[in-house]
Write a protein that binds this ligand. Sequence first.
Ligand SMILES: [Fe+2]
Length: 137
Amino acid sequence: MNMKIAIWDQRYSVSVKSIDQDHQKLFDLLNQLFEAMTKGQGKNIIGSIVQELERYTIYHFNREETFFRTTGYSKANEHIAEHSFFKQKVAEFKQNINKSDSTITPDVLTFLRDWLVNHILKIDKAYEAHFKKYSIQ
Ligand SMILES: [Fe+2]
């Protein structure tokens, strides 16, 4: 059984190859987290996936934010604020795993998935036309 909670498809494309690949990688990490949770894995395994999720999220947000700067994107500030909020949440979840015996709960996983999906469809999609003008890939 190979269940997934996040499946990337063309609806999520922002027409920038590197960013679409990042989003696929983030979906993959959420699916890994889901699988680990479903199998009742302990905090070591769950913690290391969350650690990688945090690392990759920061790496990915930095890529987008660099594109905002190099192209002078007008909605950069609001967008970066959204990124900061999510980074803070991921850091909190990671700390909770480290300091207690709990791993991760289904509602945390749902929060991560819903936030990411909404962010891509509403906030990221808003830069699609702008990045196209600059041929950002
Ligand atoms: Fe973003």
